[in-house]
Design a protein around this ligand. Structure first.
Ligand code: URP
Ligand code: ZN
Ligand code: ZN
Ligand code: ZN
Length: 479
Protein backbone atom coordinates (compact mmCIF):
# COMPACT_ATOMS: atom_id res chain seq x y z
CA UNK A 1 0.00 0.00 0.00
CA UNK A 2 1.76 3.26 1.08
CA UNK A 3 1.51 6.21 -1.26
CA UNK A 4 0.73 6.02 -4.95
CA UNK A 5 0.39 8.50 -7.80
CA UNK A 6 -1.63 7.84 -10.94
CA UNK A 7 0.01 10.28 -13.28
CA UNK A 8 -0.75 11.82 -16.65
CA UNK A 9 -4.17 10.37 -17.38
CA UNK A 10 -7.61 11.74 -18.14
CA UNK A 11 -9.78 11.43 -15.06
CA UNK A 12 -13.33 10.64 -16.12
CA UNK A 13 -16.34 11.07 -13.87
CA UNK A 14 -20.08 10.84 -14.49
CA UNK A 15 -20.12 14.57 -15.13
CA UNK A 16 -16.96 15.32 -17.07
CA UNK A 17 -13.34 14.62 -17.83
CA UNK A 18 -10.13 16.42 -16.92
CA UNK A 19 -6.39 15.91 -17.17
CA UNK A 20 -5.27 15.24 -13.62
CA UNK A 21 -2.96 13.27 -11.35
CA UNK A 22 -4.51 11.25 -8.55
CA UNK A 23 -2.65 10.98 -5.27
CA UNK A 24 -3.38 8.03 -2.99
CA UNK A 25 -2.26 7.64 0.62
CA UNK A 26 -3.01 4.24 2.10
CA UNK A 27 -6.52 3.16 1.16
CA UNK A 28 -7.84 6.57 0.17
CA UNK A 29 -7.57 9.16 -2.54
CA UNK A 30 -6.15 12.30 -0.93
CA UNK A 31 -5.90 14.70 -3.85
CA UNK A 32 -6.82 15.16 -7.50
CA UNK A 33 -4.24 17.57 -8.84
CA UNK A 34 -3.35 19.45 -11.96
CA UNK A 35 -0.95 17.37 -14.06
CA UNK A 36 2.61 17.56 -12.80
CA UNK A 37 1.67 19.42 -9.61
CA UNK A 38 3.98 19.56 -6.66
CA UNK A 39 2.53 19.41 -3.17
CA UNK A 40 4.04 21.57 -0.43
CA UNK A 41 7.19 21.79 -2.49
CA UNK A 42 7.49 18.04 -3.08
CA UNK A 43 7.83 16.54 -6.53
CA UNK A 44 5.15 13.92 -6.10
CA UNK A 45 6.47 11.33 -8.49
CA UNK A 46 9.73 11.04 -6.59
CA UNK A 47 8.03 11.24 -3.18
CA UNK A 48 5.51 8.40 -3.50
CA UNK A 49 6.08 4.66 -3.19
CA UNK A 50 4.45 3.76 -6.49
CA UNK A 51 3.88 5.69 -9.71
CA UNK A 52 1.31 4.45 -12.20
CA UNK A 53 1.75 6.03 -15.61
CA UNK A 54 -1.65 6.71 -17.18
CA UNK A 55 -0.48 8.84 -20.10
CA UNK A 56 -2.98 8.60 -22.93
CA UNK A 57 -5.36 6.58 -20.79
CA UNK A 58 -8.58 7.05 -18.88
CA UNK A 59 -8.56 7.03 -15.10
CA UNK A 60 -11.97 5.95 -13.86
CA UNK A 61 -13.54 4.89 -10.57
CA UNK A 62 -13.43 1.11 -10.11
CA UNK A 63 -16.41 -0.70 -11.54
CA UNK A 64 -19.25 -1.75 -9.25
CA UNK A 65 -21.18 -4.80 -10.36
CA UNK A 66 -24.39 -4.66 -8.34
CA UNK A 67 -25.81 -7.99 -9.49
CA UNK A 68 -23.81 -11.19 -9.01
CA UNK A 69 -24.54 -14.73 -7.87
CA UNK A 70 -21.41 -16.45 -6.59
CA UNK A 71 -22.02 -20.06 -5.52
CA UNK A 72 -25.78 -19.66 -5.97
CA UNK A 73 -27.65 -22.94 -5.45
CA UNK A 74 -29.95 -22.93 -8.45
CA UNK A 75 -31.37 -25.32 -11.01
CA UNK A 76 -30.16 -28.39 -9.14
CA UNK A 77 -26.53 -27.25 -8.98
CA UNK A 78 -24.40 -24.32 -7.77
CA UNK A 79 -23.16 -21.34 -9.77
CA UNK A 80 -19.61 -22.32 -10.66
CA UNK A 81 -17.71 -19.26 -9.45
CA UNK A 82 -16.76 -19.15 -5.81
CA UNK A 83 -16.36 -15.77 -4.17
CA UNK A 84 -12.64 -16.19 -4.75
CA UNK A 85 -12.73 -17.05 -8.44
CA UNK A 86 -15.57 -14.67 -9.24
CA UNK A 87 -14.05 -11.65 -7.52
CA UNK A 88 -10.64 -12.41 -9.01
CA UNK A 89 -12.24 -12.36 -12.46
CA UNK A 90 -14.01 -9.14 -11.46
CA UNK A 91 -10.66 -7.53 -10.63
CA UNK A 92 -9.16 -8.58 -13.94
CA UNK A 93 -12.03 -6.80 -15.65
CA UNK A 94 -11.82 -3.54 -13.72
CA UNK A 95 -14.59 -4.23 -11.20
CA UNK A 96 -13.50 -3.45 -7.66
CA UNK A 97 -16.80 -3.94 -5.83
CA UNK A 98 -19.60 -6.43 -6.22
CA UNK A 99 -22.99 -6.70 -4.60
CA UNK A 100 -24.01 -10.34 -4.43
CA UNK A 101 -27.37 -11.80 -3.49
CA UNK A 102 -27.55 -13.54 -0.12
CA UNK A 103 -30.26 -16.16 -0.36
CA UNK A 104 -33.09 -16.95 2.00
CA UNK A 105 -34.44 -20.20 0.63
CA UNK A 106 -38.13 -20.88 1.05
CA UNK A 107 -38.61 -22.44 4.48
CA UNK A 108 -35.33 -21.11 5.88
CA UNK A 109 -34.88 -18.13 8.22
CA UNK A 110 -33.51 -14.97 6.59
CA UNK A 111 -30.82 -14.79 9.27
CA UNK A 112 -29.68 -18.32 8.43
CA UNK A 113 -29.37 -17.54 4.73
CA UNK A 114 -27.52 -14.33 5.41
CA UNK A 115 -25.10 -15.96 7.85
CA UNK A 116 -24.37 -18.63 5.26
CA UNK A 117 -23.52 -15.92 2.71
CA UNK A 118 -21.12 -14.20 5.10
CA UNK A 119 -19.52 -17.57 5.67
CA UNK A 120 -19.05 -18.17 1.93
CA UNK A 121 -17.69 -14.70 1.15
CA UNK A 122 -15.76 -13.78 4.30
CA UNK A 123 -11.98 -13.97 3.78
CA UNK A 124 -12.40 -15.17 0.20
CA UNK A 125 -12.97 -12.06 -1.89
CA UNK A 126 -10.33 -10.31 -3.97
CA UNK A 127 -12.45 -7.14 -4.18
CA UNK A 128 -14.91 -5.47 -1.82
CA UNK A 129 -18.35 -7.00 -1.59
CA UNK A 130 -21.79 -6.19 -0.27
CA UNK A 131 -25.03 -8.14 -0.22
CA UNK A 132 -28.60 -7.69 -1.27
CA UNK A 133 -30.98 -10.09 0.47
CA UNK A 134 -33.15 -12.46 -1.56
CA UNK A 135 -36.38 -13.04 0.30
CA UNK A 136 -37.44 -16.43 -1.01
CA UNK A 137 -40.41 -16.84 1.30
CA UNK A 138 -42.38 -13.80 2.44
CA UNK A 139 -44.12 -14.64 5.72
CA UNK A 140 -44.45 -13.09 9.18
CA UNK A 141 -40.99 -14.30 10.15
CA UNK A 142 -39.17 -12.97 7.09
CA UNK A 143 -41.07 -9.67 7.20
CA UNK A 144 -39.87 -9.27 10.78
CA UNK A 145 -36.32 -10.19 9.75
CA UNK A 146 -36.34 -7.42 7.13
CA UNK A 147 -36.33 -4.94 10.03
CA UNK A 148 -32.74 -5.80 10.93
CA UNK A 149 -31.31 -5.65 7.40
CA UNK A 150 -30.51 -1.94 7.43
CA UNK A 151 -28.40 -2.38 10.56
CA UNK A 152 -26.59 -5.22 8.79
CA UNK A 153 -25.68 -2.83 5.96
CA UNK A 154 -28.06 -4.59 3.59
CA UNK A 155 -30.36 -1.91 2.26
CA UNK A 156 -31.92 -3.72 -0.68
CA UNK A 157 -33.70 -7.03 -1.13
CA UNK A 158 -34.93 -9.04 -4.09
CA UNK A 159 -38.27 -10.65 -4.77
CA UNK A 160 -39.13 -12.98 -7.63
CA UNK A 161 -42.33 -12.92 -9.66
CA UNK A 162 -40.81 -15.90 -11.53
CA UNK A 163 -39.66 -19.39 -10.50
CA UNK A 164 -42.80 -20.78 -8.77
CA UNK A 165 -41.82 -23.25 -6.08
CA UNK A 166 -38.31 -21.82 -5.80
CA UNK A 167 -38.05 -18.11 -4.98
CA UNK A 168 -41.50 -17.03 -6.19
CA UNK A 169 -43.67 -14.50 -4.34
CA UNK A 170 -47.33 -13.95 -5.18
CA UNK A 171 -48.90 -10.51 -5.30
CA UNK A 172 -50.07 -10.64 -1.68
CA UNK A 173 -46.55 -11.43 -0.53
CA UNK A 174 -45.07 -8.74 -2.74
CA UNK A 175 -47.51 -6.17 -1.40
CA UNK A 176 -46.66 -7.01 2.21
CA UNK A 177 -42.91 -6.93 1.57
CA UNK A 178 -43.14 -3.61 -0.24
CA UNK A 179 -45.16 -2.08 2.59
CA UNK A 180 -42.41 -3.13 4.97
CA UNK A 181 -39.70 -1.87 2.60
CA UNK A 182 -41.40 1.50 2.29
CA UNK A 183 -41.32 1.83 6.09
CA UNK A 184 -37.68 0.82 6.35
CA UNK A 185 -36.31 2.68 3.33
CA UNK A 186 -35.18 -0.57 1.69
CA UNK A 187 -34.88 -0.74 -2.09
CA UNK A 188 -37.09 -3.47 -3.56
CA UNK A 189 -35.36 -5.29 -6.41
CA UNK A 190 -37.71 -7.25 -8.61
CA UNK A 191 -37.28 -10.17 -10.97
CA UNK A 192 -40.24 -9.14 -13.13
CA UNK A 193 -41.49 -12.07 -15.18
CA UNK A 194 -44.85 -13.78 -14.79
CA UNK A 195 -43.57 -17.15 -13.59
CA UNK A 196 -46.83 -19.12 -13.40
CA UNK A 197 -47.73 -18.18 -17.00
CA UNK A 198 -44.18 -18.99 -18.16
CA UNK A 199 -44.39 -22.41 -16.56
CA UNK A 200 -47.63 -23.17 -18.45
CA UNK A 201 -46.10 -22.16 -21.77
CA UNK A 202 -42.91 -24.08 -21.04
CA UNK A 203 -44.83 -27.24 -20.26
CA UNK A 204 -46.92 -26.91 -23.42
CA UNK A 205 -43.79 -26.45 -25.54
CA UNK A 206 -42.12 -29.42 -23.90
CA UNK A 207 -45.18 -31.61 -24.52
CA UNK A 208 -45.04 -30.61 -28.20
CA UNK A 209 -41.49 -31.93 -28.38
CA UNK A 210 -39.98 -28.46 -28.39
CA UNK A 211 -37.28 -29.25 -25.90
CA UNK A 212 -34.15 -27.40 -27.06
CA UNK A 213 -32.64 -24.28 -25.41
CA UNK A 214 -34.27 -22.04 -28.00
CA UNK A 215 -37.68 -22.66 -26.48
CA UNK A 216 -36.57 -21.25 -23.14
CA UNK A 217 -36.72 -17.91 -24.92
CA UNK A 218 -40.11 -18.63 -26.47
CA UNK A 219 -41.71 -19.63 -23.17
CA UNK A 220 -40.42 -16.47 -21.49
CA UNK A 221 -42.33 -14.17 -23.81
CA UNK A 222 -41.81 -10.41 -23.63
CA UNK A 223 -45.50 -9.98 -22.81
CA UNK A 224 -44.84 -11.74 -19.52
CA UNK A 225 -41.96 -9.42 -18.71
CA UNK A 226 -44.01 -6.35 -19.63
CA UNK A 227 -46.96 -7.55 -17.57
CA UNK A 228 -44.89 -8.33 -14.49
CA UNK A 229 -42.96 -5.05 -14.76
CA UNK A 230 -46.24 -3.15 -14.89
CA UNK A 231 -47.63 -5.08 -11.92
CA UNK A 232 -44.50 -4.48 -9.88
CA UNK A 233 -44.62 -0.77 -10.67
CA UNK A 234 -48.26 -0.54 -9.60
CA UNK A 235 -47.70 -2.43 -6.36
CA UNK A 236 -44.71 -0.25 -5.58
CA UNK A 237 -46.70 2.87 -6.33
CA UNK A 238 -49.48 1.77 -4.00
CA UNK A 239 -47.06 1.18 -1.14
CA UNK A 240 -44.70 4.10 -1.76
CA UNK A 241 -41.73 1.74 -2.01
CA UNK A 242 -38.98 2.59 -4.50
CA UNK A 243 -38.53 -0.13 -7.09
CA UNK A 244 -35.49 -1.39 -8.99
CA UNK A 245 -36.26 -3.86 -11.76
CA UNK A 246 -33.33 -6.20 -12.39
CA UNK A 247 -32.12 -7.67 -15.70
CA UNK A 248 -34.55 -5.83 -17.98
CA UNK A 249 -34.50 -7.28 -21.51
CA UNK A 250 -37.85 -6.47 -23.15
CA UNK A 251 -38.41 -3.23 -25.01
CA UNK A 252 -41.92 -3.14 -23.59
CA UNK A 253 -40.61 -3.40 -20.03
CA UNK A 254 -38.45 -0.31 -20.63
CA UNK A 255 -41.58 1.44 -21.90
CA UNK A 256 -43.33 0.59 -18.63
CA UNK A 257 -40.41 1.99 -16.63
CA UNK A 258 -40.29 5.11 -18.79
CA UNK A 259 -44.02 5.73 -18.38
CA UNK A 260 -43.79 5.39 -14.60
CA UNK A 261 -40.76 7.67 -14.44
CA UNK A 262 -42.60 10.23 -16.54
CA UNK A 263 -45.24 10.20 -13.81
CA UNK A 264 -42.46 10.98 -11.32
CA UNK A 265 -42.22 7.55 -9.70
CA UNK A 266 -39.07 6.24 -8.03
CA UNK A 267 -38.78 3.37 -10.45
CA UNK A 268 -35.42 2.22 -11.78
CA UNK A 269 -34.14 -0.38 -14.20
CA UNK A 270 -30.96 -2.31 -14.82
CA UNK A 271 -29.95 -4.11 -17.96
CA UNK A 272 -27.01 -6.44 -18.58
CA UNK A 273 -24.43 -6.80 -21.37
CA UNK A 274 -26.17 -9.91 -22.71
CA UNK A 275 -29.34 -7.91 -23.44
CA UNK A 276 -27.34 -5.25 -25.26
CA UNK A 277 -25.27 -7.51 -27.50
CA UNK A 278 -26.74 -11.01 -27.75
CA UNK A 279 -30.02 -12.24 -29.20
CA UNK A 280 -32.38 -15.18 -29.36
CA UNK A 281 -31.73 -15.61 -33.08
CA UNK A 282 -27.95 -15.46 -33.01
CA UNK A 283 -27.19 -17.35 -29.81
CA UNK A 284 -30.10 -19.79 -29.52
CA UNK A 285 -31.01 -20.40 -33.16
CA UNK A 286 -32.90 -18.45 -35.76
CA UNK A 287 -35.70 -20.64 -36.89
CA UNK A 288 -37.92 -21.60 -34.02
CA UNK A 289 -38.12 -24.94 -35.82
CA UNK A 290 -38.78 -27.65 -33.21
CA UNK A 291 -36.14 -29.78 -34.89
CA UNK A 292 -33.56 -27.09 -34.22
CA UNK A 293 -31.57 -29.14 -31.83
CA UNK A 294 -28.27 -27.52 -31.13
CA UNK A 295 -27.62 -27.69 -27.41
CA UNK A 296 -24.91 -25.00 -27.70
CA UNK A 297 -27.66 -22.50 -27.03
CA UNK A 298 -27.72 -23.68 -23.42
CA UNK A 299 -24.72 -21.41 -22.82
CA UNK A 300 -27.05 -18.45 -23.22
CA UNK A 301 -30.05 -19.70 -21.27
CA UNK A 302 -30.73 -17.05 -18.68
CA UNK A 303 -33.74 -15.27 -17.25
CA UNK A 304 -35.00 -12.88 -18.41
CA UNK A 305 -34.05 -14.52 -21.74
CA UNK A 306 -32.09 -13.23 -24.71
CA UNK A 307 -34.64 -11.64 -27.00
CA UNK A 308 -35.22 -11.28 -30.72
CA UNK A 309 -33.10 -8.65 -32.44
CA UNK A 310 -35.77 -8.37 -35.14
CA UNK A 311 -38.17 -7.17 -32.45
CA UNK A 312 -35.82 -4.35 -31.48
CA UNK A 313 -35.17 -5.23 -27.85
CA UNK A 314 -31.41 -4.61 -27.95
CA UNK A 315 -31.83 -1.17 -29.52
CA UNK A 316 -34.40 -0.35 -26.86
CA UNK A 317 -31.89 -1.20 -24.11
CA UNK A 318 -29.33 1.22 -25.58
CA UNK A 319 -31.99 3.87 -25.88
CA UNK A 320 -33.08 3.30 -22.30
CA UNK A 321 -29.48 3.77 -21.17
CA UNK A 322 -29.31 7.07 -23.03
CA UNK A 323 -32.64 8.41 -21.76
CA UNK A 324 -31.96 7.27 -18.17
CA UNK A 325 -35.03 5.06 -18.18
CA UNK A 326 -32.41 2.39 -17.46
CA UNK A 327 -29.86 3.60 -14.95
CA UNK A 328 -27.31 0.84 -14.61
CA UNK A 329 -25.56 -2.05 -16.29
CA UNK A 330 -24.81 -5.04 -14.05
CA UNK A 331 -23.90 -8.52 -15.19
CA UNK A 332 -26.31 -10.82 -13.32
CA UNK A 333 -23.17 -12.96 -13.24
CA UNK A 334 -24.48 -16.50 -12.66
CA UNK A 335 -22.04 -18.88 -14.34
CA UNK A 336 -22.63 -22.56 -15.03
CA UNK A 337 -20.37 -24.92 -16.93
CA UNK A 338 -21.76 -26.88 -19.85
CA UNK A 339 -20.39 -30.12 -18.46
CA UNK A 340 -22.49 -31.49 -15.61
CA UNK A 341 -24.40 -28.21 -15.22
CA UNK A 342 -26.05 -26.83 -18.35
CA UNK A 343 -26.15 -30.45 -19.53
CA UNK A 344 -28.73 -31.21 -16.87
CA UNK A 345 -31.21 -29.73 -19.36
CA UNK A 346 -30.29 -31.75 -22.44
CA UNK A 347 -33.66 -32.88 -23.78
CA UNK A 348 -35.61 -30.51 -21.53
CA UNK A 349 -34.81 -26.79 -21.64
CA UNK A 350 -36.70 -26.33 -18.37
CA UNK A 351 -33.89 -28.12 -16.53
CA UNK A 352 -31.03 -25.98 -17.88
CA UNK A 353 -29.62 -23.92 -15.00
CA UNK A 354 -30.32 -20.28 -15.82
CA UNK A 355 -27.43 -17.89 -16.00
CA UNK A 356 -24.51 -16.38 -17.92
CA UNK A 357 -21.06 -15.43 -16.65
CA UNK A 358 -19.82 -11.96 -17.61
CA UNK A 359 -18.29 -10.36 -14.53
CA UNK A 360 -14.87 -10.12 -16.16
CA UNK A 361 -16.09 -8.35 -19.27
CA UNK A 362 -18.68 -5.80 -18.17
CA UNK A 363 -16.43 -2.75 -18.30
CA UNK A 364 -14.95 -3.74 -21.67
CA UNK A 365 -18.29 -4.69 -23.18
CA UNK A 366 -20.02 -1.50 -22.18
CA UNK A 367 -17.05 0.54 -23.34
CA UNK A 368 -17.90 -0.64 -26.84
CA UNK A 369 -20.98 1.55 -26.52
CA UNK A 370 -18.60 4.52 -26.19
CA UNK A 371 -16.63 3.33 -29.22
CA UNK A 372 -19.76 3.05 -31.36
CA UNK A 373 -21.24 6.31 -30.08
CA UNK A 374 -24.23 4.80 -28.27
CA UNK A 375 -23.17 6.44 -24.98
CA UNK A 376 -20.60 8.98 -23.85
CA UNK A 377 -17.47 8.25 -21.90
CA UNK A 378 -19.05 9.95 -18.88
CA UNK A 379 -22.20 7.85 -19.20
CA UNK A 380 -20.04 4.70 -19.27
CA UNK A 381 -18.59 5.67 -15.89
CA UNK A 382 -22.02 6.59 -14.56
CA UNK A 383 -23.64 3.32 -15.65
CA UNK A 384 -20.87 1.07 -14.38
CA UNK A 385 -19.74 2.79 -11.18
CA UNK A 386 -21.26 6.08 -10.08
CA UNK A 387 -24.94 5.16 -10.26
CA UNK A 388 -24.44 1.70 -8.74
CA UNK A 389 -22.75 3.49 -5.82
CA UNK A 390 -25.55 6.01 -5.46
CA UNK A 391 -28.34 3.50 -6.03
CA UNK A 392 -27.06 1.15 -3.35
CA UNK A 393 -25.73 3.49 -0.68
CA UNK A 394 -21.99 3.47 -1.37
CA UNK A 395 -21.44 6.83 -3.01
CA UNK A 396 -18.62 9.00 -1.69
CA UNK A 397 -16.67 5.97 -0.57
CA UNK A 398 -17.14 4.29 -3.96
CA UNK A 399 -18.16 5.42 -7.43
CA UNK A 400 -16.06 8.57 -7.67
CA UNK A 401 -12.46 9.76 -7.90
CA UNK A 402 -12.30 12.46 -5.24
CA UNK A 403 -10.42 13.16 -2.03
CA UNK A 404 -11.75 10.95 0.75
CA UNK A 405 -13.02 8.21 -1.53
CA UNK A 406 -11.59 4.72 -1.46
CA UNK A 407 -8.71 4.45 -3.91
CA UNK A 408 -10.58 2.12 -6.26
CA UNK A 409 -9.13 3.19 -9.59
CA UNK A 410 -8.96 1.68 -13.05
CA UNK A 411 -6.56 2.83 -15.73
CA UNK A 412 -8.26 2.07 -19.01
CA UNK A 413 -6.36 2.15 -22.29
CA UNK A 414 -8.56 3.25 -25.21
CA UNK A 415 -5.79 2.33 -27.64
CA UNK A 416 -5.51 -1.18 -26.20
CA UNK A 417 -7.27 -4.26 -27.44
CA UNK A 418 -8.84 -7.25 -25.73
CA UNK A 419 -9.75 -10.49 -27.47
CA UNK A 420 -12.25 -12.34 -25.32
CA UNK A 421 -12.04 -16.10 -25.26
CA UNK A 422 -11.60 -19.08 -23.01
CA UNK A 423 -7.97 -19.52 -23.99
CA UNK A 424 -7.13 -15.81 -24.05
CA UNK A 425 -8.78 -13.83 -21.30
CA UNK A 426 -10.68 -15.90 -18.87
CA UNK A 427 -10.52 -16.09 -15.12
CA UNK A 428 -14.11 -17.10 -14.43
CA UNK A 429 -14.59 -20.69 -13.34
CA UNK A 430 -16.38 -21.83 -16.46
CA UNK A 431 -15.66 -24.31 -19.24
CA UNK A 432 -16.81 -21.90 -21.93
CA UNK A 433 -17.17 -18.18 -22.49
CA UNK A 434 -20.54 -16.70 -23.38
CA UNK A 435 -18.49 -13.96 -25.08
CA UNK A 436 -16.11 -16.15 -27.09
CA UNK A 437 -14.70 -14.27 -30.07
CA UNK A 438 -15.73 -10.78 -28.97
CA UNK A 439 -13.06 -8.26 -29.95
CA UNK A 440 -12.84 -5.28 -27.63
CA UNK A 441 -11.43 -1.88 -28.50
CA UNK A 442 -9.92 -0.92 -25.18
CA UNK A 443 -8.09 -2.62 -22.38
CA UNK A 444 -8.16 -2.70 -18.59
CA UNK A 445 -4.54 -1.88 -17.81
CA UNK A 446 -4.25 -1.23 -14.09
CA UNK A 447 -6.73 -2.01 -11.34
CA UNK A 448 -6.34 -0.55 -7.88
CA UNK A 449 -8.53 -1.45 -4.92
CA UNK A 450 -8.23 0.62 -1.73
CA UNK A 451 -4.70 1.57 -2.71
CA UNK A 452 -3.54 -1.95 -3.56
CA UNK A 453 -2.58 -2.63 -7.16
CA UNK A 454 -4.52 -5.79 -8.04
CA UNK A 455 -3.76 -5.91 -11.75
CA UNK A 456 -0.91 -4.38 -13.73
CA UNK A 457 1.35 -5.38 -16.61
CA UNK A 458 -0.97 -8.25 -17.44
CA UNK A 459 -0.44 -9.88 -14.04
CA UNK A 460 -2.62 -10.37 -10.99
CA UNK A 461 -1.17 -9.12 -7.71
CA UNK A 462 -4.31 -9.40 -5.59
CA UNK A 463 -5.34 -12.02 -3.08
CA UNK A 464 -8.41 -13.65 -1.66
CA UNK A 465 -9.18 -11.88 1.59
CA UNK A 466 -8.27 -8.39 0.41
CA UNK A 467 -11.97 -7.70 -0.24
CA UNK A 468 -13.99 -6.33 2.66
CA UNK A 469 -17.68 -6.50 3.40
CA UNK A 470 -19.39 -3.24 2.47
CA UNK A 471 -21.98 -2.11 4.99
CA UNK A 472 -24.15 -0.03 2.73
CA UNK A 473 -26.29 2.98 3.54
CA UNK A 474 -29.75 3.71 2.19
CA UNK A 475 -30.09 4.56 -1.48
CA UNK A 476 -28.85 8.00 -2.49
CA UNK A 477 -30.73 7.98 -5.79
CA UNK A 478 -34.31 8.91 -4.88
CA UNK A 479 -35.94 11.98 -6.34
O1 URP B 1 -30.68 -16.45 -15.35
C1 URP B 1 -30.47 -15.83 -14.33
N1 URP B 1 -30.75 -14.56 -14.30
N2 URP B 1 -29.97 -16.44 -13.25
C2 URP B 1 -29.72 -15.85 -12.00
C3 URP B 1 -30.93 -15.75 -11.13
C4 URP B 1 -31.72 -14.51 -11.40
O2 URP B 1 -32.91 -14.61 -11.65
O3 URP B 1 -31.17 -13.42 -11.33
ZN1 ZN C 1 -33.58 -12.64 -11.47
ZN1 ZN D 1 -29.71 -12.43 -10.87
ZN1 ZN E 1 -3.03 -2.05 -22.53
Amino acid sequence: MGTLLVRGGTVVSASGRTEADVLVDGERIVAVLQPGSTLLGHDLASSVDTVVDATGKYVIPGGIDAHTHMELPFGGTNASDTFETGTTAAAWGGTTSIIDFAVQKTGEAVETGLAAWHEKAGGNCAVDYGFHQIIGGVDEQSLKAMETLVDEGITSYKLFMAYPGVFYSDDAQILKAMQKAADLGLMTMMHAENGPAIDVLAEQLYNQGKTTPYFHGIARAWQLEEEATHRAIMLADLTGAPLYVVHVSAKQAVEQLAAARDRGKNVFGETCPQYLYLSLEEQLGATGDPTWGDFEGAKWVCSTPLRSRAEGHQDAMWQGLRTNDLQMVSTDHCPFCMKDQKELGRGDFRAIPNGIGSIEHRMDLLYQGVVTGEITLERWVELTSTTPARMFGLYGTKGVIAPGADADIVVYDPAGHTSIGLEKTHHMNMDHSAWEGFEIDGHVDVVISRGDVLVSDGAFHGRAGHGRFLKRGLTQYLT
